[in-house]
Design a protein around this ligand. Structure first.
Ligand SMILES: CCCCCCCCCCC/C=C/C(=O)SCCNC(=O)CCNC(=O)[C@H](O)C(C)(C)COP(=O)(O)OP(=O)(O)OC[C@H]1O[C@@H](n2cnc3c(N)ncnc32)[C@H](O)[C@@H]1OP(=O)(O)O
Ligand SMILES: NC(=O)C1=CN([C@@H]2O[C@H](COP(=O)(O)OP(=O)(O)OC[C@H]3O[C@@H](n4cnc5c(N)ncnc54)[C@H](OP(=O)(O)O)[C@@H]3O)[C@@H](O)[C@H]2O)C=CC1
Length: 296
C-alpha cells in the first residue's frame, strides 16, 4: 500500500507523545500531528501552559489531545504518565523534544547547572524512550521514536557544553537502539534543526539583543533565513508515518546547510566581557524565574 504523507489523514490511528509539547517547536509540531489525524499527548512541568497549548492544538473538534504534568527527569513520574497514556491506548510514536539549555562559560558552571541541562536532555529522554519501548516490546507493537537534537552532535559547541554533551548522547542512543530494537519493529531517528526561533530558546541562547552568535543568526545560514515551522513539521510527520519503515538510526539535519558552512557554534561569544556574561546570566535567570512561577 502506498502512503501519501501529505494526505490530511496520513496519521489517522497514530498516537504520539510529544515531550515539552506545551511550547515552542513541540507545540507547533503537535498541531501538525493532530491536523493529520493523530491522537496527541503532550507533557511538561507547567499545567497552565499545557492546557493553553492543548486548546490551540485541538483546533478541530475531532482532534484528541491529552495533557500530562510530568517532570521527565523523574523516572517514576514518567512511568505513571505512560500508564495513564496506555490506559487510553498504546502510543505509536514518541517525540523527545523537551530540553533545557542556556549559554554560559563552562568555567562558570556549577555541578547543579550542568545537571539541570543533562538530567533533562539525556536522562529525561532516556526515561521516556525506555518507558515507551518496553511497553511496545511487551505488547508486540511497532513504534517510532524521533528526538529533536541539534547539529552540534557533529560539531560540538562552545558555551553550551552540557547541551552539546547530552544531545550527543541521544544521537548515540538513536544509533544504538535502532540496532537493538530494530527486530521488534521499533525505529529510532532524530532531527538536528538549525535556528527555528522560539521564545524560550531565544531567551536562553540569545539573551543580549546587542550581541549575536553564529548559532542563532541567519547570516551564517547558506539559505540566508531561519527555519520555517512547516518544514520541521513535514519532516516529523514523515518520520512518524508508515511511509519510511526502512529508515532508522539516522539523525537528519534541517538547518539550511548551516553546520556545513561554519563557524558552527557559539564560538564568537568568546569576545564577551565578564560584565556582558553577567548581564546574560541575569536575563536568563529572569526568564527561568518567570517559568518557575508557573510551575505547580
Ligand atoms: C551551526 C551550529 C549552530 C546550530 C544552530 C542551532 C541554533 C539553536 C540551537 C538550539 C539548540 C537547543 C536549544 C534548546 O534546548 S532550547 C530549550 C530552552 N528551554 C529551556 O531551557 C526550558 C527549560 N529551562 C529551565 O528549566 C531552566 O532554564 C534551567 C535549565 C536553568 C533549569 O531550571 P531549574 O529550575 O531546574 O534550575 P535552577 O534555576 O534551580 O538552576 C539550576 C542551576 O543552574 C544554574 N544556572 C541557571 N542559569 C544559569 C546561567 N545562565 N549560567 C550559569 N548557571 C546557570 C543555577 O545557578 C543553578 O546552579 P546553582 O544552584 O549551583 O547556582
Ligand atoms: N528552537 C530552535 O531553534 C532549536 C531547538 N532545538 C530543540 O528543539 C526542542 C524544543 O526547543 P524549543 O521549542 O525552542 O524550546 P522550549 O523551551 O520552548 O521547549 C522546551 C520544552 O521542554 C519542556 N521541559 C523542560 N524541562 C522539562 C522537564 N524536566 N520535564 C518535562 N518537560 C520539560 C518545557 O516545558 P516546562 O518548562 O513546562 O516543563 C518546554 O515546553 C529542544 O529539544 C531543543 O533542543 C534544536 C535545535 C534548534
Amino acid at each position: 500500500m502506498s502512503i501519501d504523507i501529505f494526505r490530511p489523514d496520513a496519521l489517522a490511528g497514530k498516537s504520539i507523545l510529544v515531550t515539552g509539547g506545551g511550547s515552542g517547536l513541540g507545540k507547533e509540531i503537535s498541531k501538525a500531528l493532530a491536523d493529520r489525524g493523530a491522537t496527541v499527548h503532550i507533557c511538561g512541568r507547567r499545567a497552565q501552559v499545557l492546557e493553553a497549548a492543548a486548546r490551540e492544538i485541538a483546533s478541530s473538534d475531532k482532534a484528541k489531545v491529552y495533557t500530562h504534568v510530568c517532570d521527565i527527569r523523574d523516572a517514576d513520574q514518567v512511568d505513571q504518565m505512560m500508564e495513564a497514556i496506555w490506559s487510553v491506548g498504546p502510543l505509536t510514536g514518541l517525540l523527545n523534544n523537551a530540553a533545557a539549555n542556556f549559554i554560559a562559560p563552562t568555567k562558570e558552571l556549577s555541578p547543579r547547572g550542568f545537571r539541570a541541562v543533562t538530567s533533562t536532555v539525556m536522562d529525561g529522554s532516556f526515561h521516556v524512550t525506555l518507558a515507551a519501548g518496553k511497553r511496545w516490546i511487551a505488547g508486540g507493537l511497532k513504534g517510532s521514536v524521533v528526538s529533536n537534537l541539534v547539529t552540534w552532535v557533529w560539531t560540538g559547541s562552545a558555551f553550551v557544553v552540557p547541551s552539546a554533551m547530552a544531545k550527543t548522547a541521544l544521537h548515540a542512543m538513536t544509533m544504538s537502539l535502532a540496532v537493538e530494537w530494530g527486530p521488534y519493529g521499533i525505529r529510532l531517528n532524530a532531527t538536528a534543526p538549525g535556528p527555528f526561533p522560539t521564545e524560550s530558546a531565544w531567551e536562553k541562547l540569545n539573551p543580549l539583543p546587542d550581541t549575536k552568535s553564529s548559532a542563532t543568526s541567519a547570516d551564517t545560514v547558506p539559505m540566508r533565513r531561519f527555519g520555517q515551522m512547516r518544514e520541521l513539521q513535514s519532516l516529523i510527520i514523515f518520520l512518524m508515518s508508515d511511509a519510511c519503515e526502512y529508515l532508522t538510526g539516522q539523525t537528519i539535519a534541517i538547518d539550511g546547510g548551516q553546520h556545513l558552512a561554519g563557524p558552527g557554534t557559539f564560538a564568537d561569544l568568546s569576545v564577551l566581557t565578564d560584565e556582558q556574561w553577567k548581564a546574560a546570566r541575569d536575563a536568563i535567570v529572569k526568564s527561568t524565574e518567570r517559568d518557575k512561577s508557573q510551575r505547580a
